[in-house]
Design a protein around this ligand. Structure first.
Ligand SMILES: Nc1ncnc2c1ncn2[C@@H]1O[C@H](COP(=O)(O)OP(=O)(O)O)[C@@H](O)[C@H]1O
Ligand SMILES: [Mg+2]
Length: 326
């Protein structure tokens, strides 16, 4: 196959690992900076150019779109999708995963447990919001944050007021979330690829820190994932519509609570911690994904494998409970 990896740099650990895994499986690999592409929108003929050349003959696109270029990156992924080229992940699913509020709404709709979250917009709502999330302390989040940036803790009511008023004043939307104290700052990161758990680790934050992100000095440790946690991670990935995901879960006495579902999970921390070849699993799944799509197309079932269409309709439909995800 000819695989295109959309990544700003070849030197990133995850990009390097995917290149190596794909070459080992005898694929032809191209790496290109998303910002060097320009989609051409024209009636019936969506196309794409890269440094003046038309981009053709690609069998699979693996987007590694950083948060700083989300809107442009998504337009690009959507263009590949519209041209009928398989992408891992699809633009709709990436957009959902980049918005914590939207993701949480979708997850709870499918009966997946999350920390109680309030999307407040005015100081008059704070008192009630605090009551609803059982704080202080409580967590304040910006819906588009990542790597722990944009996740804050308010220890007191006054602290909450000054934090949110500052953020509102700067034009940011915020979420006020139940602080799950029982997890003691730790969380579980689960990599789900093609509907299966590929690797899992527990992350412990650095001393004095409440965020366990490895970018914030957290440390990973491999774990055998309990079935309830595996089911929750798989269900959450499916709800968002991702083929490849890194799911963050808090451990509580009442079971897993999903924090977020990442669409371009970093591979370095999880591979070094668990010694699992996540990049190989990703490439293998890519091969299967392309085969399935081709088969479906031959059978006249259109160019989509179904899951992507299904996730859009599911957002509108009233849905039954997903008992397994409790
Ligand atoms: N509600 C919460 N209760 C306790 N800890 C939390 C909560 N939300 C986030 N955290 C901690 O902060 C980290 C970052 O939060 P997360 O929602 O995953 O945002 P990001 O996209 O920045 O990784 C989590 O991995 C966890 O350690
Ligand atoms: Mg996270």
């Amino acid at each position: 196959m000819r695989i295109l990896i959309l990544s700003r740099r070849k030197s990133f650990y995850s990009t390097r690992r995917i290149i190596r895994a794909a070459r080992r499986r005898s694929h032809d690999v191209l790496v290109a900076d998303p910002l060097e592409f320009y989609p051409v929108i024209s009636r019936h003929r969506p196309s794409l150019y890269y440094r003046g050349e038309s981009m053709e003959g690609i069998d699979l696109v693996i987007p590694r779109i950083g948060v700083s270029i989300t809107p442009y990156g998504l337009a690009l992924v959507r263009q590949f999708d519209m041209m009928g080229i398989p992408v891992l992940n699809n633009a709709i699913a990436i957009a959902r995963s980049r918005d914590k509020l939207r993701s949480l709404q979708l997850l709870t709709k499918r009966d997946i447990d999350v920390p109680t979250t309030v999307c407040a917009r005015s100081p008059t709502q704070l008192e009630h919001a605090l009551h609803l999330v059982g704080g202080p302390p409580c967590i304040i989040k910006m819906p588009q944050g990542t790597h722990g940036v944009g996740v804050m803790i308010a220890e007191t009511r006054k602290g909450l007021e000054s934090l949110v008023e500052t953020l509102w004043g700067m034009g940011h939307a915020i979420l006020i979330q139940q602080y799950i104290a029982s997890s003691r700052g730790r969380d579980v990161r689960v990599i789900v690829i093609g509907g299966r758990v590929v690797a899992a680790m527990r992350r412990t934050p650095a001393p004095g820190e409440f965020r366990s992100n490895l970018h914030r000095g957290g440390e990973g440790q491999p774990i055998d994932l309990e079935p309830a946690y595996a089911r929750a991670a798989i269900a959450a990935t499916k709800v968002i519509g991702l083929e490849v995901a890194g799911v963050d879960i808090l451990e509580t006495p009442s079971g897993p609570k999903i924090l977020e579902v990442n669409s371009s999970p970093g591979l370095e921390g999880i591979e070094k911690t668990t010694r699992v070849g996540v990049a190989e699993a990703l490439v293998r799944h890519g091969e299967k994904y392309v085969r399935t799509r081709r088969r479906r197309r031959r059978r006249g079932r259109g160019s989509y494998p179904g899951r992507e269409d299904a996730v859009i309709t599911a957002e509108r439909r009233r849905t039954p409970r997903l008992g397994a995800a409790r």
